[in-house]
Design a protein around this ligand. Structure first.
Ligand code: FES
Ligand code: FE
Length: 350
């Protein structure tokens, strides 16, 4: 038996539904450690309220946060003997979502349709992934996770009042480093971005060898040019690899879960093959600081939706990664959080 205090609220938002591309993708909704025994975790993904919990065998249940009896939130309930018991009339649902007990009618056998709507969930990289539709691909691989030469860490959740596609674009953008992350990821006296190559293939968008001057890229107190490779593997999952000629390498897998078209929750899985003397707490504090520095601009986009065509925004050579990402989103048929109009008044975006 658990009390309401065991219920973790991860995020709340309102809005309208998503598109098939995003519905059929995997999205990070929680840290695996959040799903403690006997706790219910409430999340919101693509404008749908979900409740997460673990069965006795450890498997993750990701359910619509709605009791099919009278439509109240199941997340107000509690876990009893490997069932989720609704707070209203005490109906109990097993790990498959099937109603197995009706206290008002002890001899009643609930019909098959007395079943909660369930979704596919997976636990990987210390995260919980949920797909609201039919997965078209597996979860994006994070190769450094099992590589003993890398130290891996997880940061987030970052609650951002921004469209998720804009958050990915920001992740792919190095030209803002000298201004938003001055003295850390860039130097306003060395803001030039040389031309770089971007390609689209069956894996997504790949931007290769984007060179940026950084004041102290490897914690040695010495400034240098560093190279970045970026991949957008999925509309809302991107990856970067920052590397030096001497072999230092940092990788980040960036997961952005859309709450609505104007709100998202992001997570970063990071890996470093250097700076082993720096504590994990320091690394996480650094990452948190970088994300915080991005918030003002991220949350000020107007419109929030990413224009996939037209001339609402103009583009620079250093925007090539973002431009190709937009082109690919259009090819992929992504519509949620995107617009294909040139006029704000024609757009449904917030
Ligand atoms: Fe859930 Fe009645 S509404 S048991
Ligand atoms: Fe930034």
């Amino acid at each position: 038996m658990v009390s309401q205090s065991n219920l973790v609220s991860v995020n709340v938002a309102n809005g309208k539904g998503g598109d098939r591309k995003l519905l059929n993708d995997w999205h990070v909704v929680a840290k695996a450690a959040d799903l403690r025994p006997n706790s219910l975790v409430k999340v919101r993904l693509l404008e749908k309220d979900l409740v997460l919990w673990r069965g006795e065998c450890g498997a993750v249940c990701a359910w619509e946060d709605r009791c099919p009896h009278r439509s109240v939130r199941l997340s107000y309930g509690q876990i009893v003997e490997n069932t989720l018991v609704c707070s209203y009339h005490g109906l109990a649902y097993d790990t498959q979502g099937q109603c197995v007990k009706v206290p008002a009618h002890p001899n009643y056998t609930p019909p098959k349709q007395a079943c909660v709507r369930t979704f596919q969930a997976q636990e990987r990289y210390d995260l919980i992934y949920v797909c609201l539709g039919e997965p078209e691909q597996d979860i994006v691989v994070f190769p450094e996770w099992d590589d003993p030469t890398y130290r891996c860490y997880l940061t987030g959740p970052y609650h951002i009042r921004s469209n998720g596609l804009r958050a990915i674009e920001n992740f792919l953008d190095v030209a803002h480093f000298p201004f938003i992350h001055e003295g850390i990821l860039g130097d306003p006296d060395k803001p030039e971005i040389e031309d770089y190559e971007v390609t689209i293939d069956e894996n997504g968008v790949f931007a290769h060898n984007i060179r940026v001057w950084q004041p102290d890229p490897y914690g040695t107190g010495k400034g240098d040019y560093v190279s970045y490779d970026y991949w957008a593997f999925r509309p809302l999952t991107a990856y970067l690899r920052k590397y030096s000629p001497s072999g230092e390498c940092l990788t980040l897998l960036y997961h952005v879960a859309p709450v609505s078209e104007s709100e998202c929750v992001s997570w970063m899985s990071g890996a470093l093959n250097y700076a082993h003397d720096i504590s994990e707490a320091e690394i996480k504090a650094f990452q948190d600081k970088i994300v915080l520095q991005d918030l003002n601009n991220l949350e000020s986009h107007n419109p929030q939706c990413v224009p996939l065509d037209g001339n609402l925004e103009f583009h620079l050579p250093s925007d090539r990664a973002s431009l190709m990402y937009r082109k690919w989103l259009k090819q992929q048929g992504v519509t949620y959080g995107a617009s294909v109009t040139t006029s704000i008044s024609d757009s449904s975006c917030p």
